[in-house]
Design a protein around this ligand. Structure first.
Ligand code: B12
Length: 211
């Protein structure tokens, strides 16, 4: 039986081969992928994040952890997607212009996919024009905006305005998230909702689709 703490340690230490190997073992032992992600991999990212903030870890270590996390997520993602039967709706997701943080955004994307949404992941550093184009092209029900920097979070407002200008605002729900975001900020920029983690993001998406 794979010790799931190995996955935690592998992500924390930025050990990509070990993260992939441990995730693979856990998968063959039928461990719930959501438990691996939420209870071990995300926790390891939180830990490396707080070490970075307190000066105990540095950028290269963060990048190594992010790489290990992504490697294991690539294995787990398809399994999350297999949990779904029919699509609950189409979601366009991206990190806003100027911002390159994508770990949390990818987690939200994977969780949404795993819970039955069709997810179009645009990547990082995405302009309002690209969001508008993707919402039109895919006829999206929800657009998810992620920002981790206090300097880039304000760009979310421009995306909301761009969707309004294109006459798309009533067709699409707007969810926002990322470390500096709050529900007050969501109200301020006329978004439909905010959540501070990938689990509650799924619940919020379901509520917004139903409303
Ligand atoms: C990892 C990291 C990096 C990595 C990013 C790697 C990658 N591929 O993403 C690297 C090293 C590249 C990086 C670079 C920088 N970073 Co950085 N980074 C972090 C760190 C430590 C962790 C972020 C993370 O991945 N967290 C783990 C994930 C799982 O959590 P999360 O992102 O918050 O996502 C969750 C929720 O927020 C929510 N969520 C996220 N998005 C969305 C979207 C929706 C729609 C919803 C509903 C929910 C949701 O759900 C997610 C899952 O639970 C944070 C510190 C922190 N504790 O946040 C700093 C931090 C965000 N970075 C910071 C800074 C300053 C930078 C740099 C400017 C550093 C520099 N001087 O170069 C650059 C900026 C580059 C750029 N243009 O974007 C600052 C921001 C300060 C500020 N107030 O703006 C922070 C807060 C660190 C600090 N305290 O100084 N960073």
């Amino acid at each position: 039986m794979e010790n799931l703490n190995n996955i935690y340690e592998a992500v924390l230490k930025g050990n990509l081969p070990l993260a992939v190997e441990s995730a693979q073992k856990a998968i063959t032992e039928n461990v719930d992928p959501q438990i691996i992600i939420n209870d071990y991999m995300s926790k390891a990212m939180e830990e490396i994040g707080s070490r970075f903030e307190s000066g105990q870890a540095f950028v290269p270590e963060l990048l190594m952890s992010a790489r290990a996390m992504k490697g294991a997520l690539d294995l787990l993602k398809p399994l999350l997607a297999n949990n779904s039967s029919a699509s609950l709706g189409k979601v366009v997701i991206g990190t806003v212009k100027g911002d390159l943080h994508d770990i949390g955004k990818n987690l939200v994307a994977s969780m949404l996919e795993g819970c039955g949404f069709d997810v179009i992941n645009l990547g990082v550093d995405i302009s309002s024009e690209k969001f508008v184009q993707a919402v039109k092209e895919h006829n999206a029900n929800i657009v998810c905006l992620s920002a981790l920097l206090t300097t880039t979070m304000n760009y979310m407002k421009e995306i909301v305005i761009a969707l309004e200008k294109e006459g798309l605002r009533n067709n699409v729900k707007i969810m926002i998230g990322g470390a500096p975001i709050s529900s007050e900020f969501a109200n301020e920029i006329n978004a439909d909702g905010y959540s501070d983690n990938a689990n509650s993001a799924v619940n919020l998406a379901k509520q917004l689709i139903a409303s």
